[in-house]
Design a protein around this ligand. Structure first.
Ligand code: HT7
Ligand code: ZN
Length: 876
């Protein structure tokens, strides 16, 4: 079928007020759905009723007690009633499902013998015929029946209102969700699960029962997630004044899940890797991710569930806003600066390349062929940046007044981006029409900044100019209003007070956040006796690529003195990037890579001065990745030269700082019992970063220290830190350590995934052969998304050297596998193939190889709509 267009939106002709589902879980599951429908006053009177179906097997359909002829009204994809009554009526439909055969993990499926559902975006139509779109909101009552032995736990949305026996060996439960909701938020669970329970009392004194359900034997790993949930509930009350609105909040963790988690009303379903954590199995990064994903899904209760999206084009309305909320939550729980740095790292790693390649799209797309392919970094991460910029432009008070208005005005409704922005326009008393362009324009703006000092007038003038390069289908771009946080640093490293020359707004004068309302603006600062260093886009206030002519000395000064931690880190990144890009060119020209004593020394001092914030120092130590460099180089990319350039700098730093790194490493040693708190995690992160750099320049010694750490580690963070270092050194010790690790942990799939990823990212020529071997072992399963992401995803996205092998074999391997996965789970296949998103930037020979691999996919028979959409857009 053709593309779906935002411009074609019209309300449905019918509304559904209530849904009663009766689900009998069994090998063949029967679903009876009783819908109470009525004509929509906003729709076309007397129009046919067309309910969506997804590969359904209908058994019967009855309209107001009148059986319908299935041959006439139903296909697997649609149930059509040509002339429905012009008043309220009831439609009862029975379908038969085979959950065990459902490998797409959409609709009702089985994960490790648990029955579970995934309905976003269009999975509900795989359970029963329905108006499967988010602006149809109904009250759901769900009766689930199953064998008591197979499924003692029966859960659905809302509150449990009844439970009991249902014949020999069987039982049932009835759940009622009083809040009208779109069907994508429907969920159901049936299984034999362990659980932990807690209680939360809301600000207004209501008691909420909290439960986390996990596979048998894993409940001791759910306590951190429970604490994260409680912290998130408190934070949403405190910061946004939002209380939870049911008597029960349940989370279920399953091991087969395409994405991270799902915010179903009152019954969140999670990929278990974002729930399960104890010191022996999870790293600090896992803990941090669990905290943020649990919060994210919980926050959807207001931003997504109470107020949902009118249509899927508005996806960023819930996702961008909710990511912004979870990032702020994590910033409050941990170090704000480090959180901002890691969020920007993620944005640059995933969203910037998307925005610069053939898959670029607006944060609110105008058209789509397959909505599942729009759960992207652009919708999520850039969507969050837009909310952050909005807040920076209008200020804290107007932002919260706007949010309060939004909750008041659109509660229980399906809203649009225009609805959302109208609340802030009203609260801030300003026109946001040009700001709305952020949602309608793809591509990352480039911000060109030039500073001129006038010694005589003692002024410093900063000129800001923005432009956005064309993206597929959008050749001309408009300027976007953006907030630019600025500071001036003197040569002594002290902050220079910013004195205004021309009138500034109150926010500009008070906070140093300047608005660039159009294409260009010059800002003049008075009383600047000597040339300052301008620290621009502090805290990464605008989601842009900054182009500014800073000298190496300027960057070194910022590394040492910038009062804004983000820009302090950014200065180190910029300097390292500059060095490595020059080295890349040198290597391609057959010359030696560059090294900078000054940079190494500045980095050494930053690491040694870690006391204030070790997690921040660890961020300083992490050089830009090969993918970062490829993105910044932009065209004619040679991944092998980049790899060598980066390796040369890391090795050089490791050699140059030598024992100084070991001293910091030793000082950070702790015998205290493991705690996942941010301060302890920061110390471990810095310790690992020091070891990693040291080993890069001192292989034998580094391997010895890493092996000792590996053998003595009492937590997964230290173990993985050591194993990562060992895995980068091609010694027999590496293979022994990897074998030992596998044998110790092969019973635990989430740890095996770490082992897969580590091996898939070894930057050595025979890694592809290793990865191929690993796809054949018992622990790998193409039908389990976590395994695919851990091995194939890590290879394609985290091993640029091998994925981009000049022979093209890396491309062929990933493309062939995407085709194989497509037959099992199209969404996962499409995600795997998205690794080709930057293929046009490659040097000419690799580009030809990548194009051929993509063409092979596009020529293959029987592609799913998901994979076809990605490959066609990638090749367009
Ligand atoms: N809102 C959730 C999206 C999601 C999803 C989408 C398509 C296919 C499978 C999926 N599982 C979860 C997740 C979130 O952003 O909170
Ligand atoms: Zn979300």
């Amino acid at each position: 079928h053709g593309p779906t267009r935002l411009a074609d939106y019209r309300p449905t002709d019918y509304l559904i007020d209530t849904v009663e589902l009766d689900v009998r879980l069994d090998e063949t599951t029967r679903v009876v759905s009783r819908l109470r429908l009525r004509p929509n006053p906003l729709g076309r009177a007397g129009a046919p009723l067309a309910l969506d179906g997804g590969d359904l097997k209908p058994l019967r359909a009855v309209l107001d007690n009148q059986p319908l002829d299935l041959a006439e009204v139903a296909t697997p994809e649609r149930l059509t009633i040509a002339e429905p009554p012009r008043r309220a009526f009831t439609l009862e439909i029975e379908t038969e499902l085979d959950p065990a055969a459902n490998t797409r993990l959409e609709g009702l499926y089985r994960s490790n013998n648990t029955w579970c559902t995934q309905c976003e975006a269009e999975g509900f139509r795989r359970i029963t015929y329905y108006l499967d779109r988010p602006d149809v909101m109904a009250v759901f009552t769900t009766r689930i029946e199953a064998s008591k032995e197979e499924a003692p736990i029966l859960l659905s949305n809302g509150n449990r209102v009844e439970a009991g026996e249902a014949g020999p060996g069987r039982h049932y439960a009835i759940w009622r969700d009083p809040h009208p909701k779109p069907c994508y938020l429907f969920a159901l669970i049936g299984g034999d699960l362990d659980s932990i329970h807690d209680e939360f009392t809301t600000a207004s004194g209501r008691k909420v029962d909290l439960g986390i359900y996990v596979e048998k034997g894993k409940k001791h790993r759910a306590y951190y997630a429970m604490q994260s949930l409680i912290h998130a509930m408190r934070w949403d009350e405190f910061v946004y004044g939002r209380e939870y609105d049911l008597d029960v909040f349940n989370i279920v963790a399953v091991s087969d899940f395409t994405m991270g988690a799902m915010e179903n009303k009152g019954l969140n379903i999670f990929n278990d890797k974002y729930i399960l954590a104890v010191a022996e199995t999870a790293t600090d990064a896992d803990y941090a991710r669990i905290e943020s994903v649990v919060a994210h899904e919980y926050f959807h209760n207001w931003t997504g569930n109470r107020i949902t999206c009118r249509d899927w084009f508005q996806l960023c309305l819930k996702e961008g806003l909710t990511v912004y909320r979870d990032q702020e939550f994590s910033g409050d729980q941990r170090s704000r600066a480090v959180q901002r740095i890691s969020d920007v790292r993620a944005l640059r790693a995933a969203q910037f390349p998307e925005d610069a390649g053939p898959l670029a799209h607006n944060v609110r797309p105008d058209t789509y062929r397959e909505i599942n392919n729009f759960y992207t970094a652009t919708v999520y991460e850039k969507g969050a940046e837009i909310v952050r910029m909005l807040r920076a432009l209008i200020g804290h008070d107007a932002y919260h007044a706007g949010m309060a208005l939004y909750f008041e005005r659109f509660d229980g409704k399906a809203a649009t981006i225009e609805d959302f922005l109208s609340c802030f326009a009203e609260a801030a008393k300003r026109d946001l029409a040009s700001f709305a362009q952020w949602y309608a324009q793809a591509g990352t703006p480039r911000l060109h900044v030039k500073g001129v000092h006038d010694a005589k007038a003692q002024t410093y003038t900063l000129t800001l100019r923005q432009e956005t390069p064309p993206t597929p289908g959008q050749t001309t771009k408009k300027p976007l209003p953006m907030p630019i946080r600025i500071g001036l640093i003197g040569r002594d490293g002290a902050e220079i007070p910013m004195v205004q020359d021309e009138p500034w707004s109150a926010r500009e004068a008070k906070f140093g956040v300047f608005e660039l309302p159009g294409a260009e603006r010059a800002i003049v600062f008075k009383n600047v006796p000597t040339p300052p260093v301008a620290s621009v886009n502090r805290r990464f206030s605008a989601a842009v690529i900054l182009e500014m002519d800073l000298s190496e000395d300027d960057l070194l000064l910022m590394m040492a003195h910038d009062s804004d931690p983000f820009n302090k880190w950014q200065a180190a990144q910029s300097l390292a990037t500059r060095l490595m890009i020059r080295s890349t060119a040198a290597i391609r020209a057959g010359e030696m890579p560059e090294f900078s004593e000054k940079f190494a020394e500045a980095l050494g001092r930053a690491l040694e001065g870690y006391e204030g914030d070790p997690a921040f120092a660890a961020q300083m130590a992490a050089l830009p990745s090969e993918n970062d460099l490829a993105r910044d180089i932009g065209c004619d990319v040679d991944p092998e030269a980049i790899f060598l350039a980066r390796k040369a700098l890391r090795d050089g730093i490791g050699r140059r700082l030598g024992q100084r790194l070991v001293t910091v490493y030793d000082k950070l040693h702790s015998d205290a019992a493991y705690s996942p708190d941010a301060a302890s995690a920061g110390r471990r992160a810095l310790r690992s970063a020091c070891l990693d750099l040291y080993a890069a320049g001192n292989h034998a010694d580094g391997a010895d220290i890493a092996l000792t750490q590996f053998q003595r580690a009492t937590n997964m963070t230290d173990k993985m830190g050591a194993l990562t270092v060992l895995s980068r050194l091609p010694t027999p010790t590496r293979e022994k350590a990897l074998d030992f690790f596998f044998r110790a942990h092969c019973q635990e799939p989430l740890i095996t995934d770490k082992w897969f990823s580590l091996q898939a990212t070894i930057p050595e020529p025979d890694t592809l052969a290793r990865v191929k071997r690993l796809t054949k072992i018992h622990a790998f399963n193409i039908a389990t998304p976590n395994r695919v992401y851990a091995l194939i995803g890590a290879f394609a996205n985290g091993n640029p050297l091998c994925f981009n092998a000049a022979s093209g074999e890396g491309y062929r391997f990933v493309a062939d596998l995407a085709l194989e996965i497509d037959r099992v789970n199209p969404q996962v296949a499409a995600r795997v193939l998205s690794a080709f998103r930057s293929w046009r930037n490659l040097e000419v020979e690799r580009r030809a190889q990548a194009e051929q691999a993509l063409k092979n996919v596009s020529d293959a028979p029987k592609l799913s709509p998901d994979l076809r959409d990605i490959v066609q857009r990638a090749l367009a």
